[in-house]
Design a protein around this ligand. Structure first.
Ligand SMILES: Cc1cc2nc3c(=O)[nH]c(=O)nc-3n(C[C@H](O)[C@H](O)[C@H](O)COP(=O)(O)OP(=O)(O)OC[C@H]3O[C@@H](n4cnc5c(N)ncnc54)[C@H](O)[C@@H]3O)c2cc1C
Length: 271
């Protein structure tokens, strides 16, 4: 690993703001991935500096039209005292168009949970709240190679990264999805090698992602690994890359985007 200052990851902070938005369009990208395009004047000063960003999405309580959004107080969010706190989950800002005041969020439809239940029935005119991003973890684009790893929940971030990386960047993506119907096309100018692993064909095998990463050749030069998905799968991948493949811990960003059996999990995986 060489000392190349231009390859230093930076963190950007953004002011805390809560935004009330309305659904403009809904589109099925695959049978289990739904794009919801949100709009509203509150997006005028929205910022998302990294594909790794997330917003907290606030859902209306059952029977309510709009979520009970907090306001930003001196010590953090202050929720209305006369209503229950709204349910919130983390999602990736997949595409933002300031001029059109449009923000796309791609929702994975899984078995059950307030976010997935909302997304399954989403239709134009409905309201959602978002908070953030509070901060952005900005990974430089100039690495000699990039390795992107994840399951369906990481597809929005990975698809965005593939659009944002400069033409000709050397990128490998290792993606674990349910089956062929969950595959998406990427709009990218990078030199891309994609490995799709179909969970259902592997009999629901838990370590499909790890096995695919084990089989992956890592080129010479300065590379960066970004990985997100189910907590134990991503932990195992990170452990393998750091201990068996010699990836420096400063050159990997690994996050739990969900954990089997637990609601609303978000963790950066470090030592
Ligand atoms: C930074 C960040 C960015 C994220 N970006 C996206 C994104 O762009 N798109 C996206 O779809 N998700 C994304 N996620 C994941 C999403 O926040 C979780 O999947 C979330 O738990 C879904 O909420 P829920 O209400 O549907 O389920 P919850 O109420 O949180 O969980 C209910 C049950 O469902 C299980 N579960 C949760 N998620 C899944 C899943 N994907 N597959 C199978 N079982 C699951 C849980 O283990 C739990 O048992 C992101 C997460 C983080 C932390």
């Amino acid at each position: 690993m060489q000392n190349r200052p231009e390859l230093t990851v930076t963190r950007v902070r953004h002011p805390l703001k809560f935004r009330l938005l309305q659904v403009k369009r809904v589109q099925a990208l695959t049978p289990l991935l739904k794009r919801v395009t949100l709009t509203g004047e509150d997006l005028a000063d929205f910022e998302s500096a990294s594909f790794d960003d997330h917003v907290k999405v606030f859902f209306p309580e059952p029977g309510a039209d709009k979520p009970a959004l907090p306001v930003a107080g001196p010590d953090g969010p202050v929720f209305p005292s006369d209503r229950p706190r709204p349910t919130a989950r983390d999602y990736t800002p997949r595409r933002f168009d300031r001029a059109a005041r449009e923000l796309d969020i791609d929702f994975v439809l899984h078995d059950a949970g307030p976010a997935t239940t909302w997304a399954a029935q989403a239709r134009p005119g409905q309201h959602l709240g978002i908070a953030g991003p509070r901060g952005s973890f900005v990974v430089p684009t100039g690495f000699d190679w990039h390795l992107l790893i994840g399951d369906e929940t990481a597809l929005p971030a990975i698809a965005r990264r593939l659009e944002e990386l400069p033409a000709g960047s050397r990128v490998a993506a290792i993606l674990e999805i349910a089956d062929f119907s969950a595959q998406i096309e990427f709009d990218t100018a990078v030199d891309l090698h994609v490995v799709w692993r179909h969970r259902n064909e592997a009999g629901g095998q838990d370590d499909a992602l790890l096995q695919a990463v084990r089989d992956t050749y890592l080129p010479d030069g300065d590379g960066y690994v970004w990985a997100a998905g189910e907590s134990s799968a991503i932990r195992a991948v990170r452990q393998h890359l750091c201990t068996e493949r010699g990836i420096d811990k400063t050159r990997i960003r690994a996050s739990s985007y969900w954990r089997r059996g637990a609601a609303a999990v978000h963790e950066s995986i470090d030592d």
